[in-house]
Design a protein around this ligand. Structure first.
Ligand SMILES: [Zn+2]
Length: 353
């Protein structure tokens, strides 16, 4: 689906709101210690949106086609906290937070007149995004592991212009590396040439650096050439399947990626929101008019096996004629790289206590 002229006013409103992560301050209360209004639904623990409103000091909740929680910008303990808008829809996995789309692990449901959010989504999504400085698994770091997807005999997706995904992934990865190094980060590349690196080896390389974050760079294909937009993946919490498939027995086992899953959703939020912001605002280069496909949950090998905060970004559909032309341009690649670099800084600042 392409943006049309009628989308313009909404987009203007969206961009100043793109301030996630949100850095709420001013209350020490632990999510686990608060007396939530709870309910069971299909065996899952849930909390009511009304108690969510109380816990995070939202100003109001409106219930219509969308359920909207709103909190105005304010000064707390001498720090300015931004305006927050969370938009849910009953029965849907979508949550739009300050204009950024998240795919919930479980849908929002209405039961006995109350709207319910799963405890998994509260603890593994809402809280780390609203209060990144409370994430226990988030540690300071100065190393970034950059993973250019595919390589060598594994070409990845074939683009509309017959250029392979592995080529774009490496080009953008190198741009990210150069900028991060200039800022004083240590950068580790899982590959720096057109070679095949197994998924197991990518995991092994990342796990050598306990004080680091991992960013895997890919480009997408599918939808008979019609699909478009960017998406960002982070590890499925325990009990949550890989996006698009049913739950399996193995999904209930804790995997290495779950050790830092709250930190990973915060890193994914920084990456995804900055990519949207940079790619859709001429202030950062061009307005490339890129759709938001959301922050999603997956069980890709690199996400399950890596013990440090890890995300996988899909920087656009090279199978789509229009989007392939954008991705092929150096301007697009540079903007995407700049957004990823900015995200590393945003994430690092957000976890600082
Ligand atoms: Zn790929």
């Amino acid at each position: 689906m392409n943006r049309t002229a009628t989308d313009t006013p909404a987009k203007k409103l969206l961009l100043p709101l793109l301030t996630v992560l949100l850095l709420l301050v001013g209350f020490q209360s632990d999510v686990q210690a608060f007396k939530w209004e709870t309910a069971k639904y299909k065996g899952q623990d849930h909390v009511t949106l009304r108690s969510l409103k109380t816990f995070y000091y939202f100003d109001k909740i409106t219930e219509g086609t969308y359920i909207v929680l709103y909190r105005a910008a304010r000064i707390q303990q001498g720090k300015k906290t931004p305006e927050i808008e969370m938009k849910f829809r009953s029965g849907s996995h979508s949550l739009v937070m300050n204009g950024v789309l998240f795919k919930l692990s479980h849908p929002i449901i209405k039961s006995n007149g109350r709207y319910l959010l799963s405890r998994t989504d509260l603890v593994k999504l809402v809280d780390p995004v609203l209060r990144p400085s409370h994430i226990k698994s988030a540690k300071s770091f100065k190393t970034v592991v950059i993973d250019a997807g595919h390589g060598g005999s594994d070409s990845g997706a074939v683009g509309f212009y017959k250029v392979h995904e592995k080529y774009y992934a490496l080009k953008v990865a190198r741009m990210v590396r150069d900028q991060l190094q200039k800022q004083g980060y240590q950068v580790v590349m899982t590959r720096d040439s057109d070679v095949f690196v197994s998924l197991a080896n990518r995991v092994r390389i990342a796990n050598k650096y306990p004080n680091a974050v991992f960013i895997s760079i890919h480009f997408n294909s599918g939808g008979n050439g019609r699909a478009n937009g960017i998406e960002t993946f982070t590890i499925s919490p325990v009990g949550v399947p890989h996006m698009g498939r049913g739950v399996r027995q193995g999904d209930f086992r804790m995997v290495p990626g779950n050790i830092t899953d709250s930190a990973s959703i915060a890193l994914a939020t920084a990456a995804h929101s900055r990519m949207l912001l940079y790619l859709n605002d001429s202030k950062y280069g061009n307005d490339f008019k890129i759709e938001d496909r959301g922050i999603k949950r997956a069980r890709f090998n690199v996400l399950t096996g890596i013990r440090i905060p890890a995300v996988l970004v899909e920087g656009g559909f090279i199978s789509n004629r229009t989007e392939a032309r954008k991705v092929h341009s150096t301007a697009y690649q540079q903007t995407l790289a700049a957004a990823i670099v900015r995200a590393v800084n945003v994430y690092r600042k957000s976890i600082t206590r």
